[in-house]
Design a protein around this ligand. Structure first.
Ligand code: AHG
Ligand code: MN
Ligand code: MN
Length: 339
């Protein structure tokens, strides 16, 4: 029987054998994985752990927080603040950035996360997850101590040095990229370790499966309506094939399915709130997922341009998201741009 490789060994080899990551980034990824294990434990306990239900607070985006949103956020902060690998963190659930407290050593990385993705699924026992993105703190001229500011985080997604997510579903799986493809780890609860179970995930360029919240159809822009209408027309329509539809309402679970068997995911801009570029967040959701999808051979677009090329203007910026099988993403983008 071939021996499985644990995440710890995988990361050591990424550092030592392949020279793909420096030691501080290895430590950072180990710590994030440990935090995800701990969140997974809390998710698993459910009602027994008293973690379900709504907290009496709103986040900066005006959404009611669930208890687990806050618990997951606290777990990630506490796990990461003392190790010396980070300068600061930013989260969907916090108003501003969280610089590492002065009592701890400061590192050179920035960690961004959506601590609990798919909050509406927490209380109904459907897959949820954690999404994370790692950036390098920009270098300031020597001798000038700038500390760390929100501005340091406003880097396009193509500058990420690591990204991943963890799905808390029937299994707990961690999916990771450091810019050399996408690998998948499954949590072995007896051992308490994430084990490498699939390497170099590849998204097929074509698909017959799409994911969108159809209840918003009346608010969609014409190119989105055209795309979905053509899928629904099936074998006798312009696409000449039948399509299947899935919508978990947890981006982690929808993206995980796409990384496993292909498909296209859309959360486009719509007319419900025309001033908002979209629902999903560029820094905590679209960038890490966009990079993972690209690293697996897929594409990620905001309907007009590559997501990873967007220059962010603010931490909590929202964006229209279309990602997955490359030919479908290109088709939807071309319906918008006319090219
Ligand atoms: P979050 O729980 O972090 O706020 O994110 C939820 C997101 C995403 O996971 C999912 O794809 C989408 O919201 C679902 O939105 P609808 O309920 O509008 O379908
Ligand atoms: Mn989310
Ligand atoms: Mn969230």
């Amino acid at each position: 029987m071939t021996q499985r490789i644990a995440l710890t060994r995988y990361l050591v080899e990424q550092q030592r054998v392949h020279g793909r990551i420096p030691p501080e980034l290895r430590l950072l990824l180990e710590v994030v994985a440990r935090a995800c294990k701990s969140i997974s434990q809390a998710v698993n306990k459910g009602e027994l752990g008293g973690v379900l239900g709504t907290a009496q607070t709103e986040n900066v985006q005006g959404e009611m927080q669930k208890q687990l949103d806050i618990i997951a956020n606290d777990v990630l902060i506490e796990a990461n603040e003392w190790g010396g690998h980070l300068a600061a963190m930013a989260s969907e659930e916090m108003d501003g950035i969280y610089p590492v407290p002065n009592r701890y050593p400061q590192g050179e990385y920035l960690l961004l996360f959506d601590p609990l993705d798919g909050s509406s699924n927490i209380d109904v026992n459907v897959s949820i997850g954690t999404i994370f993105s790692v950036l390098k703190k920009p270098e300031h001229p020597p001798g000038q101590n700038h500390g760390v500011s929100e501005q340091d985080f406003l880097q396009p997604g193509r500058d990420q040095v690591a990204a991943g997510y963890c799905v808390y579903g029937p299994q707990t799986t961690l999916v990771l990229t450091v810019g050399n493809g996408v690998d998948l780890f499954t949590l072995d609860r007896e051992q308490g370790s994430f084990m490498l179970t699939r390497e170099q995930l590849q998204i097929p360029p074509d698909t017959q499966e799409f994911a969108i919240n159809m209840s918003n159809m009346r608010h969609w822009d014409a190119p989105v309506k055209r795309y979905v209408d053509e899928c629904l027309a099936g074998l006798g329509g312009p696409r000449g094939k039948d399509f299947n539809m899935r919508w978990v309402a947890s981006m982690v679970a929808d993206v995980h399915r796409i990384l496993s068997r292909g498909g296209v995911f859309l959360y486009p801009w719509d007319k419900r709130d025309p001033g908002k570029p979209g629902k999903l967040r560029l820094m905590y959701e679209a960038n890490p997922m966009g990079w993972l999808v690209e690293q697996a051979g897929g594409a990620a677009s905001n309907a007009r341009q590559r997501i990873l090329d967007i220059q962010p203007n603010q931490l909590h910026e929202r964006v229209s998201v279309i990602l997955g099988s490359r030919n479908e993403v290109d088709r939807i983008t071309s319906y918008h741009t006319g090219l």
